[in-house]
Ligand binder design. Structure first.
Ligand code: FES
Length: 129
């Protein structure tokens, strides 16, 4: 099932200064099996000035490598082909065809939850896979 809300972090673990990455762990359900605790992906989380939580899928929109965070330069960077993204996920350089993919995020009982979806790499448009 796509786009489920998944709990990824405690709100108190986040700060406004630095984004934090979190593993997305969820059940993978198909018609026959239900396997618990499968890693579905990684997200970057950041508390915005208005206290809302922003979330991005950490998969690079270029070829899907995991994007990291460069604290010295305050930007997100992909180790594979040097795509760079601003703190708001906008492309700053490199071959990425679009910015980091934003995800819906909400806070429930002191926990951050994201609606986890993945998007096709290598194209400008955001098409869910
Ligand atoms: Fe990120 Fe190529 S996969 S720059």
């Amino acid at each position: 099932k796509k786009g489920r809300w998944i709990r990824v972090a405690e709100l108190s673990a986040l700060s406004k200064d630095q984004p934090m990455s979190a593993a997305v762990i969820g059940e993978q359900v198909d018609a026959w099996t239900k396997a618990p605790a499968v890693r579905l992906g990684t997200v970057w989380l950041r508390v915005l000035p208005d206290e809302k939580v922003a979330a991005w899928n950490a998969e690079c929109p270029h070829l899907g490598c995991k994007v990291g965070y460069n604290a010295e330069q305050s930007h997100f960077g992909c180790p594979c082909h040097d795509s760079a993204f601003s703190m708001d996920g906008e492309v700053k350089g490199g071959p990425a065809p679009r910015g980091l993919d934003p995800l819906e995020a909400r806070v429930q009982d002191g926990h951050v939850e994201v609606r986890f979806v993945r998007f096709r790499a290598q194209i400008k448009e955001r098409i869910e896979v």
